[in-house]
Write a protein that binds this ligand. Structure first.
Ligand code: NAD
Ligand code: ZN
Length: 353
């Protein structure tokens, strides 16, 4: 079943070789399989993961040629014959987990990001940096009609991921959470989800523009990692009695803060690793970890329920995405700014330009 005006060709940004750059060109529009939908992507957020994928930063290879992107917001224009719960005309989102087996232990327990046979948008299958993208119907995000497709797009990865990470941190209302990389795409949303959950936020990032944004979004304190003489001392000083935050959300793209966080987290606190810098290790002294009863854990995107919940926070007006929009044809310029650490909030690409 399909709406009539689907073209056979479309504009896309294609990674032809690992290392990049992306090539803006016309490629064919695919037909969805029996359990898939075709989404006319209107806007897509640009996540640092897309840059890692192009550069080959991680131990798992991407498909090649690759269309990146996994924060795609658009309109369903075709569906396979087995699809019953997604209608033509629905507003839907392409997220990182494009599909999973739905049958393994992890899928059965709503831990589908841990499925051993995942389809990953913009990594193992083509993603949202094209005008028409395919997704498994069971996994598409259902975007409420009143949400603006442009502004909501970054929720589809950044929002879901930090919302899940905050839940994994175990932090409770009234407690303190440090967000490391707070001025970036994930961080700027993490500040707001944390605030909406009743947490105090200590934002850590670099530069005046990010400082200003973090404060404006509700952070209690800002520690500038580029100018601070002692990040550990400054983070502790921003918490009551200098005991340190109850939880730390690491969404930075450098290794150093992953080594630092256990030094300032409060005793019995939790360090949640989310950022994925290339070739990085997380390590901590055994002695400290034991006698201060520190938890160090990873958090990876979110399941379908987390997706719905993260979107609902947005629909209720609790989250304002700080974004700038450029045409899809300018994606390589966005990657340049991103690799220099010069993006405040998120960039969104408009697939019509
Ligand atoms: P981004 O580039 O928008 O933001 C990263 C921020 O980290 C920047 O503002 C940068 O200034 C800051 N930073 C760099 N070094 C720092 C330091 N030493 N201390 C404090 N801040 C520092 O990137 P993003 O799109 O927000 O993604 C962040 C990371 O999260 C990426 O590695 C991405 O791949 C990863 N990610 C993980 C998941 C997951 O499920 N675990 C999901 C999405 C993204
Ligand atoms: Zn992402």
């Amino acid at each position: 079943m399909a709406s009539p005006q689907i073209p056979t060709e479309q504009w896309a940004q294609v990674v032809e070789k690992t290392g990049g750059p992306v090539v803006y060109k016309k490629i064919p529009v695919r037909t969805p399989g029996p359990d898939e939908v075709l989404i006319n992507v209107k806007y897509s957020g640009v996540c640092h993961t897309d840059l890692h994928a192009m550069l080959g930063d991680w131990p798992i290879p991407t498909k090649l040629p690759l269309v990146g992107g996994h924060e795609g917001a658009g309109i369903v224009v075709a569906r396979g014959e087995l699809v019953k719960d997604v209608e033509i005309g629905d507003h839907a989102g392409i997220k990182w987990l494009n599909g999973s087996c739905l049958n393994c232990t992890f899928c059965n327990q709503a831990d589908e990001p841990l499925c051993g046979k995942p389809l990953l948008s913009g990594y193992t299958v083509d993603g949202s940096f094209q005008q028409y993208a395919i997704a498994k119907a069971a996994h598409v995000a259902h975007i409420p009609k009143e949400c603006d497709l442009e502004a909501v797009s970054p929720i589809l990865c950044a929002g879901i991921t930090v919302y899940k990470g905050l839940k994994e941190s175990g932090a409770r209302p009234g407690q303190f959470v440090a967000i490391v990389g707070a001025g970036g795409g994930l961080g700027s949303l993490a500040i707001q989800y944390a605030k909406a959950m009743g947490l105090h936020v200590i934002a850590i990032d670099g530069g005046d523009e990010k400082n200003e944004l973090c404060k404006q979004l509700g952070a209690t304190a800002f520690v500038d990692f580029q100018t601070s003489k002692d990040v550990v001392a400054d983070v502790k000083a921003a918490t009551p009695e200098g005991l340190g935050p109850h939880a730390v959300l690491l969404v930075a793209v450098q290794e150093k803060p992953f080594q630092q966080a256990t030094q300032y987290v409060r005793a019995r606190g939790t360090v949640v690793c989310i950022g994925l810098p290339a070739n990085a290790m997380v390590s901590a002294p055994v002695f400290d970890t034991v006698i201060r009863m520190i938890t160090i854990k990873g958090s990876y995107v979110g399941n379908r329920a987390d997706t719905t919940e993260a979107l609902e926070f947005y629909r209720r007006g609790l989250i304002k995405v700080p974004y700038k929009t450029v045409g899809l044809s300018k994606l390589q310029d966005v990657y340049k700014l991103m690799s220099e650490g010069n993006i405040v909030g998120r960039y969104v690409v408009d697939t019509s330009k």
